[in-house]
Design a protein around this ligand. Structure first.
Ligand code: ADP
Ligand code: GLC
Length: 477
């Protein structure tokens, strides 16, 4: 196995900073890749949480003026991850969510903030850190999308580049004025470069200029080649179909392990599924739900955004209430959805519970204690909560899109429905309810879920193969 060195570039890395599944992937993949002979280091911005957790990191470069203020490149290790941190206080030393102000609007200088991240990634690609000269630079999502672009326009020998799409909906769009101020040549500003409808899109830059494109499930890789699923990039992706592939996400099975999970009331293994009932009782008690073992308890752990289809679940409420089910929802995001769920919970005490916020420990208890986990997304590049559910014996009920379609098999490991409408969701809930009241049938679903491989082991191998093929193809080119 020839060793390969890869620089990953990501704006979030679990357990250091996380707003969604991107962090989970960026935090777990480097560790899983070790077994495949891939040495990965990850470059991330020096947000306050990152600086706090990496207080002992070593300074390897310093600049008096990096995109308008002093900056440093640090190297450090944490939680089994080798990290480069770009510490530029005037860009990243801001509290809270990495992308938005306290009022929830995008920071006005996001273009510069993430151009700076990509610029340093390209420089590391060119050998800025002699101890780690990568064979491949792997950019995740729009925040890293300019890395392949800088490497392309620098016109020097360069490493191979991979762009991974975790979500087509976030495209990193800015006005054309940005181009000159972030050190891209003006000849990059055209349809074959970074230009997109008169402005610049960082995601487009990566999709157009990376050597390889991946996304996080085979079905999403197909969906984004359509005009609708491509959200503006369908044509580009159809043209680049020969270098586009889908590699399913896994989950970190040491973090998500019902046998050792410190956050749940009662730990269990596949042979001890009846013990899940203690977690169900604990969850009902914690959320003020009626202590009913016989009620089908549905769980939801989600960002509250249009993508996730949770407005459709509100419309399916008559089915949930009429059929005697319970609902435990944990989520945050869209203010209107938050209000509507809180209102529904107030109207149906003991039956519906909505916790608004981000709570990792509660997420684990919901996986261990709910009977079924719902993911009614309109689109879903991969989705991670249904993978955790499979491992925890919560039967997933999911829409048949993207990675949900690739990871849940209808009537075998869970229930799937499509097209994504509240009527079809209601019908899937009714089917699940029938199965739930047939104990052997339900146990069969749970056991089939528990037997599903949701780990990174084989999926990391697919990335390793991709990197090696890319390095080999560039050598012979
Ligand atoms: P996305 O990245 O689109 O938000 P994923 O399913 O890929 O969706 O990943 C979401 C991740 O965030 C999962 O690890 C899930 O457990 C976690 N998560 C989402 N919302 C919450 C919340 N409110 N509290 C705790 N964890 C959450
Ligand atoms: C995105 C997607 C989600 C995916 C995650 C990690 O946030 O919405 O489906 O699982 O990235 O790849």
């Amino acid at each position: 196995m020839t060793p390969v060195r890869v620089l990953a570039v990501a704006s979030e890395v679990y357990p250091i900073i996380k707003t969604g599944g991107l962090a989970d992937v960026a935090g777990a993949l480097p560790i899983a890749l070790k077994a495949h002979g891939v040495e990965m280091r990850t470059l991330m911005p020096g947000y306050p949480d990152v600086m706090r957790l990496l207080s002992g990191a070593e300074e390897i470069r310093r600049w008096p003026d990096y995109f308008g203020g002093p900056g440093r490149l640090l190297a450090g290790a944490r939680d089994g991850l080798d990290l480069f941190v770009l510490d530029v206080p005037h860009l990243y030393e801001r509290p809270g969510n990495p992308y938005v102000t306290a009022d929830g609007v995008d920071w006005p200088d996001n273009g510069v903030r993430f151009a700076a991240l990509s610029r340093i990634a390209a420089d590391i690609g060119h050998g800025l850190v002699p101890a780690f000269v990568p064979d491949v630079v792997h950019a995740h999502d729009w925040q890293a999308g300019l890395a392949p672009a800088y490497l392309h326009y620098d016109n020097r020998p360069r490493p191979g580049t991979v762009m991974t799409i975790h979500n087509m909906a976030y495209q990193g769009k800015f006005s054309r004025e940005l181009v000159g101020s972030i050190g891209l040549p003006w000849d990059s500003f055209n349809v074959d470069g970074v230009e997109y409808f008169g402005g610049i899109s960082f995601l487009k830059a990566g999709l157009q200029l990376a050597d390889r494109i991946t996304t996080v499930s085979p079905t999403y890789a197909r969906e984004i080649q359509s005009d609708e699923g491509g959200m503006g990039f369908g044509g580009l992706l159809r043209e680049r179909a020969s270098v586009l592939s889908g590699i399913l996400n896994g989950i970190d099975i040491s973090v998500w392990n019902p046998h050792t999970d410190p956050h749940i009331a009662y730990r269990f293994s596949a042979e001890e599924l009846p013990f899940r009932s203690a977690n169900k009782a604990a969850l009902q008690q914690r959320l003020g739900l009626d202590p009913r073992p016989d009620a089908l308890l549905l769980g939801v752990i989600s960002r509250l955004s249009w993508q996730k289809g949770l407005d459709l679940l509100l419309k399916a409420m008559p089915t949930i209430l009429g059929d005697g089910m319970q609902l435990a929802l944990l989520g945050s995001g869209d203010a209107e959805l938050q209000d509507r769920y809180q209102g529904t919970a107030r109207g149906h005490p003991g039956r519906i519970a909505a916790v608004i916020g981000y709570d990792e420990a509660l997420a684990h208890l919901i996986q261990a204690g709910s009977d079924a986990l719902l993911v009614p997304s309109r689109f879903e590049p991969c989705g991670l909560t249904q993978l955790c559910a499979l491992r925890y014996g919560a039967v997933p009920i999911v829409s048949r899109v993207g990675g949900l379609a690739d990871t849940v098999t209808d009537a075998a490991t869970g229930f799937t429905f499509g097209p994504v409408t509240s009527e079809n969701l209601s019908a899937a809930l009714a089917r699940a309810s029938l199965a739930f009241h047939d104990k052997p049938a339900w146990r069969q679903l749970q056991l089939a879920g528990l037997a599903t491989d949701v780990s990174w082991r084989n999926r990391a191998g697919e990335y390793a193969t991709l990197y090696r093929d890319l390095v080999a193809s560039r050598r012979t080119a």
